[in-house]
Design a protein around this ligand. Structure first.
Ligand code: PIT
Length: 429
């Protein structure tokens, strides 16, 4: 069949960041490339309320772009078309009007804009050996899911992360295929991207975007890093951006915890959310029994229906730990932890909270609510004063003594869990 023009971007473009003279626009990839790979995007803008479209660029390969040198206080709308060798798709839906004004993190953020690691691509499951296409390099980490190694794509010489999963049973394979299906839907700069996948016999390999900054909490406890409330705002904003994108797609992560937030590079404050192994598409009445005790929402503990706000509870717990190094519901046993969660028993009593802003406390209070309907959604969080008024957040260093102890304790726990998993595997064999 001859190729045709692609379908437009799957979603309405939106602004991930606005400053007094720039807008960073983010959009989704195509739903169908027309049979010829998407080669780039055409971004257009117009004054809000008009149809005077003007090309911003036809030369962008990632699904985000920063439009610079805009006039302060202008109100603009944007649309994006997908390009392939045949031509251009119809334009996407038109964005909400975006006002060019300073917002969270704008002025003093010196980092480069968000980049997708690679342009959206059609990913097909291959049954060949991964080593035919990739050279496998050093181990990056391991967990209950298997091992992650750095790898090099032979054809392009580009580096990626290869996640090796042992899938002994057909059900294990189904689980991995489910994770792959979910990841294909999640093309966003704050969510770790899927690049390729292989399955031969019992071994499945997922090729992922490579990030090299390690776990967020490990990075912030480094001696070189002065953790401030401003930094916490920056991290929580990115986490909420990733959540907002997932939740807009009706996908729930269901295992939001510090270990699943990685830094892009050692010297960058950009993060990516990983591990979609437990993620589920929302369905009315969906119940789950998984996750990590300290971060579980009450409805997971009681095996009641979940929704996207189930993740937002865990985001509240992450913010609490990041600011204090204390785990709000942690008990002496898993049972005690779950009881504390069900009673929503937590407080600001510790003296380390004396220096923490009321805005941050209000942000967390709006998430640690028993009823998921009462919690702030990811979009509401992104509108919360604590995140919006990032410029006002304190630049005073927060004590990291407790957070250091917390990270060390979680590492121990992770080791114990890995040994437990091995013992379980042994006893099955
Ligand atoms: C990297 C670098 C790194 C670890 C990872 C990726 C791990 C990612 C990962 C992704 C998953 C999952 C578990 C781990 O279930 O140090 O680029 O989907």
């Amino acid at each position: 069949m001859p190729a045709e023009v692609p379908e437009p971007p799957a979603d309405t473009p939106f602004a991930s960041k606005v400053t007094k003279d720039s807008v960073t626009l983010v959009w989704a990839g195509t739903t169908y490339d027309g049979g010829a790979a998407v080669t780039g995007y055409h971004v257009e803008m117009a004054p809000a309320g008009t149809t005077s479209w003007k090309t911003v660029t036809k030369d962008v390969f990632s699904t985000n772009y920063t439009i610079k040198n805009l006039k302060e206080n202008d109100k603009l709308i944007f649309r994006v078309s997908c390009l392939n060798s045949v031509g251009s798709s119809k334009p996407s839906d038109v964005s909400e009007p975006i006002a060019v004004v300073e917002s969270a993190g704008g002025e003093d953020e010196l980092e480069e804009p968000d980049e997708m690691a690679f342009q959206p691509r059609q990913i097909e499951f291959k049954t060949t050996n991964v080593k035919q296409f990739y050279e496998i390099k050093d181990e990056l980490g391991r967990g209950k899911f298997g091992t992650v190694n750095k790898c090099l794509e032979k054809s392009s010489k580009r580096v990626f992360a290869a996640k090796f999963i042992k899938a002994e049973q057909p059900a294990d394979k189904k689980e991995v295929e489910h994770e792959i299906d979910i990841m294909k839907k999640l093309q966003h700069p704050k969510l770790l991207q899927l690049y390729d996948c292989f399955g031969a016999g019992n071994n499945m390999v997922i090729i992922l975007e490579l990030v090299s900054g390690g776990e967020l909490f490990e990075r912030v406890i480094d001696e070189e890093f002065d953790l401030t409330e401003k930094d916490c705002v920056m991290f929580m904003t990115q986490i909420c951006e990733g959540m907002q994108f997932m939740h807009d797609k009706k996908i729930i992560h269901l295992d939001m915890k510090p270990e699943n937030i990685l830094c892009v590079r050692k010297n960058s404050n950009k993060i990516k959310i990983i591990d979609f192994g437990l993620a589920q598409e929302f369905k009315d009445g969906l119940k789950v029994s998984c996750g990590t005790p300290e971060f579980l929402a009450p409805e997971v503990v009681t095996f009641d229906p979940v929704n996207v706000n189930t993740d937002m509870w865990s985001v509240g717990v992450i913010a609490y730990v990041l600011l204090s190094g204390l785990s709000p519901f942690m008990g002496d046993s898993e049972g005690e932890t779950m009881t504390n969660i069900l009673k929503v028993e937590w407080d600001w009593d510790d003296e380390c909270f004396d220096d923490i802003s009321d805005a941050s406390k209000n942000f967390i209070e709006s998430l640690l609510k028993k009823e998921k309907e009462d919690r702030n959604s990811a979009s509401q969080c992104l509108q919360h004063d604590w995140l919006i008024k990032a410029g006002a957040a304190s630049s005073k260093a927060i004590s990291k003594a407790k957070l250091k102890k917390y990270v060390i304790r979680r590492k121990w726990q992770k080791g114990i869990n890995a040994v437990r998993a091995m013992i379980r595997v042994k006893s099955i064999v």
